[in-house]
Design a protein around this ligand. Structure first.
Ligand SMILES: [Zn+2]
Length: 346
């Protein structure tokens, strides 16, 4: 293995939005091409709040041609019960439960309004070992949008972890140095991990304002300062097994992004692996790329490592700009630009 050609265990995407219907059809192939498994987010409209919902959606993903293994997440609402948690925990196709604070991002209008009402649900999750995946932002409109993750740590996540220390928790798509420091501050005992996206490793908040407003760089949580991006890169490229990859690839049609009130979300599934390789190469950390992309997440979720392998080659290639979808098109993250790494699936 040379630094120009890396053979990796096929990666998993531990945070993915596939949508449904025509959009699902359009984007499912991008994940099939590069990933062995994906944790599929349940924020459809209406959200997926029962085991039956999850299994029906899983079947639609397979029917759309997925060749990766979809692992499903229950959308947590105020009405969830311990019985639902127990049913999900007993089912091999269910990976965990997703907590969106109400109105945090696309499709989260049904999210949780009061964590205090869910003590029995969290106790059932701790008991069964079913992980809780958290969109870690407060939704109070009075809190500055760039501070919402840090305030969430202080007011919600820290107290939740103190109350339920054995609840297996994943702090999703972290964006701040504060989030990295929070993970470091807790015991490394398999009860807390964090995912990091390709786009938060690659750019900071300037990307949204480069020469004008750039809606295709807008996502939630919003990218933060350069010092935050640096902290994410340090965590991802470190030997701390609690930080692993989740793309948060989130397709929206171009006209929904280029709008007077554009949607949050970056469609990165086709370009995420090349981007992460580029970031790791820049940090002289290609030796840890496989751990970040392919093994740490599987270990946290108690899944076997994938058997198949793929190769990343240092061969410059121009990424396609868009994919056709749902009567329009979706703009790719870094689409139309030259990426220094190319993915070859065996
Ligand atoms: Zn997401």
């Amino acid at each position: 293995m040379t630094a120009d050609r890396l053979a990796l265990i096929v990666p998993d995407d531990w945070h993915l939005h596939l949508r449904d219907g025509a959009m699902l059809q359009a984007v499912v192939g991008a994940t099939s091409a590069h990933f062995g498994r994906a944790a599929v987010m349940p924020n459809l409209s209406p959200p997926l709040t029962t085991l039956e919902d999850l299994l029906a959606y899983r079947q639609r993903i397979l029917d759309a041609g997925a060749t990766f293994t979809p692992l499903m997440l229950l959308y947590l609402t105020d009405g969830c019960t311990p019985a639902t948690i127990e049913a999900c925990a007993a089912h091999a196709h269910v990976l965990g439960v997703k907590l969106y604070p109400a109105h945090a991002t696309t499709g989260s209008a049904h999210g949780v309004t009061d964590l205090g009402r869910l003590d029995e649900v969290f106790a059932a999750m701790a008991e069964t070992g079913l992980p809780l995946l958290i969109h870690g932002e407060v939704t109070d409109p009075d809190v500055d949008v760039f501070d919402r993750e840090a305030v969430f740590i202080d007011t919600v996540l820290g107290p939740l972890k103190d109350k339920f220390p054995t609840l297996r928790t994943v702090f999703e798509h972290i964006t701040t140095r504060a989030a990295v420091e929070f993970v470091h501050s807790r015991p490394d005992d398999g009860t807390l991990a964090a995912t990091i996206t390709a786009h938060h490793l690659f750019h900071n908040r300037n990307a949204m304002f480069q020469g004008g407003i750039c809606p295709h760089a807008f996502c939630l949580p919003v990218p933060k300062r350069e010092r935050d991006r640096e902290a994410l890169c340090e965590a991802a490229t470190s030997d701390d097994g609690r930080f692993f990859f989740g793309s948060d690839s989130a397709p929206h049609r171009r006209d929904k992004k280029e709008s007077s009130c554009g949607c949050a979300g970056v469609f990165s599934a086709p370009t995420a692996l090349a981007t992460v390789a580029e970031v790791f190469a820049a940090h002289d950390a290609l030796g840890r790329l496989e751990a970040f992309l392919s093994t740490r997440g599987a270990d946290f979720y108690r899944q076997p490592h994938n058997q198949a392998r793929l190769t990343l080659e240092r061969v410059a290639e121009v990424a396609p700009a868009t994919v056709a979808a749902d009567g329009g098109e979706v703009v790719l993250f870094r689409g139309g630009t030259t990426l220094p790494w190319r993915v070859q699936r065996h």
